[in-house]
Design a protein around this ligand. Structure first.
Ligand code: C5P
Length: 403
């Protein structure tokens, strides 16, 4: 996560989840953000300002009229300074005040001024959460344009099990980045993304697969979602955390991936095939584990369907983007693949480049599009690569629209 130079105001209201705000602030500072913290009186019953001050290396704001500095407009100063105001945890009481437009302490008053850029992360007991007053207040706030992060389910500090937990930091980070992204150039569009490796069964314990981690595909899904698209992510096995807001379909084999894609392609305006699909599968899948006996063994393989080539054949008005992973004659092979699969763009990555390839967090790619100069990108994080790919797709869409 890159939050370099982002200005975040973290508002903490008084629930037991207040202690989790410390971890959030720490993560954001570590990711390069400037963080200011505002605490209500009740929040200070749960966690001390000193904890927060130590983590953000700044003074915590608590008073509407601070005694030790002259500023009658600290609420406006903070609201104007912030790129985003995130309230985590947001109590039922604070939510109610937001709905009413009440400003009787520093945090609620900042909220009045920063309403266009406020993210609310409610956390409370599950009975409080289902209270119609709380639900109605949040519905209204959402209608007014506030971003509300659903609390997660699980064990609650009060001893209950149910909905009401402050979501894990990764989920809060996802929505924070969504809020910070700002432009929604793909609003109204549906992006279908294939990701990860496929696993082809040989017998009940053995598979044929590759080292794809699915990170590139997940990064693309994330950036497409931040750009306002509806995102359908179809991925082979992976160890990555699910992406909130993204429609996810898990598959194992290439045949399953083809099936899932076929069921969802109608909806898609943009298709990005980043999956490392196994080209072959074993002709026979054994029901019992293969025995060791023979000195030599030949496995007969049959070709898997080329999912992307299939999409290219019936693509209609869709924008279709593929990936190429080449170890020799890279450019020529990539361009030939773009032509033969009827693609609008192909992203070439060379696994021999240091820092590029399956398992790493970084990638070094060149983007080709017909009749356009190749765009050679330096080594960057997969998240940055994804941002650039989405940018190029957006440009292409704009160009088509203007024709
Ligand atoms: O032909 P090659 O496998 O190198 O092409 C790579 C591109 O084609 C990638 O975008 C990959 O997701 C896609 N592909 C596919 N189905 C296959 C093989 C590759 O969709 N069976």
């Amino acid at each position: 996560m890159d939050l370099k130079d982002k200005k975040i105001v973290l508002g903490i209201s008084g629930g037991i989840a207040a202690y989790k705000a410390a971890e959030l602030a720490r993560r954001w500072v570590k990711s390069g953000a400037e963080v200011e913290v505002v605490m209500t009186d009740a929040a200070r019953e749960f966690i001390t300002p000193l904890t927060m001050e130590t983590l953000i290396n700044r003074k915590v704001h608590t008073d509407l009229f601070p005694k030790d500095e002259f500023s009658a407009t600290v609420h406006i100063d903070l609201a104007d300074w912030a790129d985003v105001l995130i309230i985590a945890p947001a109590t039922a009481n604070l939510i109610s005040k937001l709905r009413m437009g009440q400003g009787d302490d520093l945090l609620s008053t900042i909220c009045l001024a920063a309403w266009r850029k406020t993210v609310i992360a409610p956390a409370m007991n599950s009975n409080m959460w289902v209270n119609p007053a709380v639900q109605e207040n949040l519905d209204i706030l959402e209608k007014r344009g506030y971003l509300v992060i659903e609390p997660s389910a699980g064990d609650l500090a009060c001893g209950y099990t149910g909905i009401g937990r402050l979501p894990d930091p990764e989920i809060i980070d996802f929505w924070l980045q969504y809020a910070l992204h700002g432009d929604r150039k793909l609003k109204g569009k549906t992006v279908l993304i294939t990701a990860g490796r496929t696993e082809e069964e040989i017998d009940p314990v053995r598979i044929l697969t590759n080292r794809s981690s699915a990170r590139m595909g997940f990064a693309l899904a994330e950036q497409a979602f931040y750009s306002g698209a509806k995102v359908i992510l179809i991925s082979g096995p992976n160890e990555l955390a699910p992406l909130p807001g993204v429609e996810y379909h898990s598959v194992v084999s290439a045949m399953e991936m083809e099936q899932e894609v076929a069921e969802r392609i109608e909806e898609a305006d943009i298709v990005i095939a980043s999956a490392a699909v196994s080209d072959y599968r074993s002709k026979e899948v054994l029901f019992r584990k293969m025995k060791k006996g023979k000195k030599e063994h030949t496995l007969t393989m049959v070709q898997n369907p080329d999912i992307l080539a299939g999409i290219g054949k019936m693509k209609g008005k869709r924008i279709v983007v593929g990936f190429a992973l080449e170890t020799d004659n890279e450019e020529e092979n990539a361009k030939e693949k773009m032509r033969s699969k009827n693609l609008d763009m192909i992203v070439l990555n060379n696994p021999r480049e240091p820092g590029a390839g399956f398992a790493s967090d970084t990638n070094k790619v060149t983007i080709f599009a017909p009749r356009k100069k190749a765009l050679k990108l330096p080594l960057m994080t997969k998240s940055e690569v994804a941002t650039r790919i989405i940018e190029e797709i957006t440009k292409l869409m704009k160009k088509r629209k203007s024709k």
